[in-house]
Design a binder for this molecule. Structure first.
Ligand code: PLP
Length: 401
């Protein structure tokens, strides 16, 4: 017997659940790409993306995934032979670094492990040692999706400024834009990359790069930039086709328009608050389970946890067993463990992740938690009692009457 028939739930950290409104907005005949509704709609999308990123500067849209956004950002900033510094809290910083190296940039990595955020003091020290100011940019990931740690971006900027270093600050917000608070201009971020399929609730396929005038000055001399990745025509288009250097991503744009409307209707701050409250319910349940069994939050300090994704450690092979059980028997897909670096567990079978980004509400979270508890029990994995009550209490206490 299986209990998975019914509406399934995707609880992985991207792609996230697509709202019916977004899907309906995309379900239409191919539009005219030379004039009319689609062409008229795009400038408003750009403005609203900037509202979500909290910037008054520039937003470029590419047809691509998060990796495309990474490459777009790198190519506009760097020349071959430039130096950069990456702050790593998990595998995504390493992937972005690898891409920069292949483009000819010399990148040093400052490693903070898989269970802690960036320590701004170490950033200040590393930049202070660069007396010739050769490091052109500091690259970091606000929320590393493999470890679920969040780093304090404002503190990183303050660390850079505290030693009078002119480096650009480039931030990957792909996992957490519109989930965790982010203030591009307020925090002094020069380049930010994001993608459509996580907090923005739109299918994978749109890569987003936000940049300010200081970053655009780097673009002036960057020799890695190529026609397709050049952010300038996309942000100052002489005609509509320059927004996308070719055919527009027609249906994705309708989907994104709807998703942005949903965010504006709820209010960005309320969207962040919803993510926070739901994350706290998940943490309450996981902490309670952990009191009577092997389950453990990867990030111990609440201040260092993302609102968008939670990484759990449960010991191999229990993580994989649990994921497979809830998918086959309860209609919930959980996220896999991703490069957690445990030599005894190369397949990451001792980990799983809960994605709670974008179109997520209390009943979805409580449902996911309920089936995880059923999966723990069915697989004979011990756990502390009362986790579901703790999650329900967290939600009730947060919302009140
Ligand atoms: C998902 C993600 C990426 C990669 O995005 P793709 O669309 O898979 O290329 C990069 N960085 C972070 C932090 C992510 O969460």
């Amino acid at each position: 017997m299986t209990l998975s028939n019914g509406r399934s739930c995707l609880a992985i950290p991207g792609p996230s659940v697509m709202p019916d409104r977004v899907l309906r907005a995309m379900h239409r005949a191919a539009p005219n790409i030379y004039s009319g509704a689609l062409v008229d709609m795009v400038p408003g999308i750009v403005e609203d993306l900037k509202l979500v990123a909290r910037t008054r500067h520039h937003a470029a849209i590419y047809i691509g995934n998060g990796h495309a956004a990474w490459e777009a950002a790198l190519s506009n900033v760097f020349s071959r032979g430039d130096r950069a510094l990456t702050l790593s809290t998990g595998r995504f910083a390493h992937s972005w670094t690898g891409m920069a190296r292949r483009m000819g940039v010399t990148v040093d990595i400052l490693e903070f492990g898989k269970r802690a955020p960036v320590d701004p003091r170490a950033v200040a020290e590393a930049l202070e040692a660069d007396t010739a100011h050769e490091i052109k940019a500091v690259m970091c990931v606000q929320v590393d999706t493999s470890t679920s740690v969040i780093s304090d971006i404002a503190a990183i900027r303050a660390a850079i400024d505290s030693v009078g270093h002119p480096a650009l600050l480039m931030v990957d917000c792909i996992a957490c834009l519109a989930c965790d608070r982010f203030e591009m201009d307020g925090w002094g971020v020069d380049v930010m990359v994001a993608a459509s399929q996580k907090g923005l609730m739109t299918p994978p396929g749109l890569a987003l790069v936000f940049f300010n005038e200081k970053a655009d000055t780097a673009r002036e001399t960057a020799d890695c930039v190529t026609e397709y990745w050049d952010w300038r025509p996309r942000t100052t288009p002489a005609n509509f086709s320059q927004y996308f250097d070719g055919t527009a991503p027609t249906h994705h744009l309708y989907g994104l328009r709807e998703a942005l409307d949903m965010i504006k209707e709820e209010g960005l701050e309320a969207v962040w608050e919803r993510h926070r409250a739901l994350a706290e319910a998940i943490w309450a349940a996981c902490e309670t389970w952990g009191q009577g069994g092997p389950l453990e939050m990867n990030i111990s300090d609440r201040a260092d946890r993302s609102n968008a994704v939670t990484t759990l450690r449960i010991g191999a092979p229990r993580g994989t067993q649990l994921r497979e059980w809830v998918e086959a028997n309860a209609g919930v897909t959980l996220g896999i463990g991703l490069e957690m670096g445990d030599p005894d567990d190369p397949g990451n079978d001792g980990y799983f992740r809960i994605g709670h980004m974008g179109h997520v509400n209390a009943h979805m979270v409580l449902g996911v938690l309920g089936v995880i508890e059923a999966g723990l029990r069915a697989n004979g994995i011990p756990y502390g009692p009362g986790a579901l009550s703790a999650a329900a209490e967290a939600i009730a206490d947060r919302v009140g009457r």
